[in-house]
Design a protein around this ligand. Structure first.
Ligand code: KG4
Ligand code: ZN
Length: 384
């Protein structure tokens, strides 16, 4: 399909205007249905986030079909409510950004269809956003100190990554998980401990439930091994969480703790959180070493993604940043977990560089972050 001139000529004009740009972001990659409108100076004009914790808790994990059905029901209302809060109409927006991947196919497809339909009908530029790039860039909206290149630890339900962010759209992955992500491990250990997910204070979720109970626990009572801390694997930059999770399961099966005892629950949660945080910290320190070997001088450590809202994880990474004499920047907890603001902001960053997408894009289920550069430059070259 050829791009209509009516859209692309104003885009060029738009990028040279001095006024603030306004971007609508849509996020449906997993189980949160979120929308937000953000300006190019980083002001959040409106945001809506509809959680599905209560839907999935009874199944002990996210059920993809149910998640997609709830996105179908919630997204029209989330977009409408966001527009109403902001007092804007779609015609007042400068672009529509939507999470294109990676994520659950059925969930992604709801947001991508909605985003491209809205953009096409209203003749607005469309930005297809890589979910993990959005987590990484979130810190740049919140803090002017985050300049490229920076080192980034992304810790979510689907990923555990250390990467060098060279520029918008340009990343080198240094370390990744060999098995489970850290978020998955938090969720599975929470399940081993039979922790309820839903909590009125923090909106719910298995990871926050584990963090909450760990506050009452003693991390030394059950000494859990820090993963990949011995011999050859201690030098690897990758992560592994399945052994830690299995260790907790074996302890329960051997009767070493009882999920029915609140003190046992708290002590195991604290021990797990401690070992997981140490593992993240040690591998991030190795990533700094690798960056030095690559002669990339970073001035900042960004920690983002859902697990970065965990205070014990943040504290462990603060220590690494202090030792490396760099500043650590973590988005505020509610902007670490999935949200529409991060998609809208990634939309702003990409729109500024003219990294736009045609209305024909589809979602991408698996999408390595370091592939972005090749795709983006081709796209930019053909957009103008
Ligand atoms: O980034 P995110 O919201 O969604 C994905 O992109 O996956 O991350 C979700 C993950 C879930 O595994 C959730 O349990 C975990 O982040 N999480 C936490 C905390 N808040 C969210 N894990 C530990 N402590 C928390 N406070
Ligand atoms: Zn995420």
């Amino acid at each position: 399909m050829r791009r209509p001139r009516a859209v692309w000529t104003p885009v060029r004009r738009l990028l040279s205007t001095a006024r603030e740009l306004r971007v609508l972001g849509i996020e449906t990659s997993c189980d949160d249905t979120a929308a937000a409108i953000v300006t190019s100076s980083g002001r959040i004009l409106a945001e809506t986030n509809v959680h599905q914790h209560a839907v999935h808790e009874q199944h002990g994990g996210i059920v993809p079909g149910l998640a997609a059905n709830h996105h179908l029901m919630n997204l029209p209302l989330a977009v409408r409510s966001t527009l109403e809060q902001s007092g804007l109409r779609i015609d007042d927006l400068d672009a529509i950004a939507v999470t294109r991947g990676p994520g659950l196919p059925a969930s992604l497809s709801v947001g991508v269809s909605a985003g491209k339909t809205l953009a096409a009908v209203h003749a607005k530029p469309l930005v297809g956003v890589h979910h993990m790039e959005a987590h990484a860039l979130m810190a740049r909206m919140e803090s002017a100190h985050v300049r490229f290149p920076f080192l980034c630890l992304l810790v979510s339900g689907g990923h555990t990554l250390t990467l060098l962010a060279h520029q918008v759209n340009e990343y080198s992955v240094l370390g990744s998980t060999l098995d489970d992500s850290v978020g998955e491990a938090f969720d599975k250990v929470a399940r081993e401990l039979r922790l309820p997910w839903v909590d009125a204070q923090d909106g719910g979720g298995a990871g926050p439930a584990l963090e909450r109970i760990a506050r009452q626990g003693d991390p030394r009572r059950f000494a859990l091994p820090v993963p990949m801390d011995k011999s050859a694997s201690a030098r690897l930059l990758d992560f592994s969480f399945s052994g830690l999770k299995a260790h907790v399961r074996r302890m329960r099966e051997a009767g070493q703790f009882s999920p029915a005892s609140p003190q046992d629950q708290a002590d195991v949660a604290a021990a797990f959180q401690h070992a997981a945080s140490r593992h993240l910290a040690k591998k991030t320190a190795l990533a700094f070493k690798r960056a030095r070997e690559m002669q990339v001088e970073v001035t900042c450590l960004v920690v983002s993604g859902g697990v970065a809202s965990n205070l014990a994880v943040r504290a462990a990474l603060e220590d690494v940043a202090r030792r490396e004499a760099v500043e650590m920047v973590c988005p505020q907890p509610r902007l670490c977990t999935d949200n529409g603001v991060m998609i809208a902001w990634a939309g702003v960053e990409r729109l500024r560089l003219g990294l736009l997408d045609p209305y024909t894009i589809d979602f991408i289920q698996r999408w390595p972050l370091d592939e972005l550069k090749r795709m983006g430059y081709e796209r930019r070259a053909s957009s103008f």
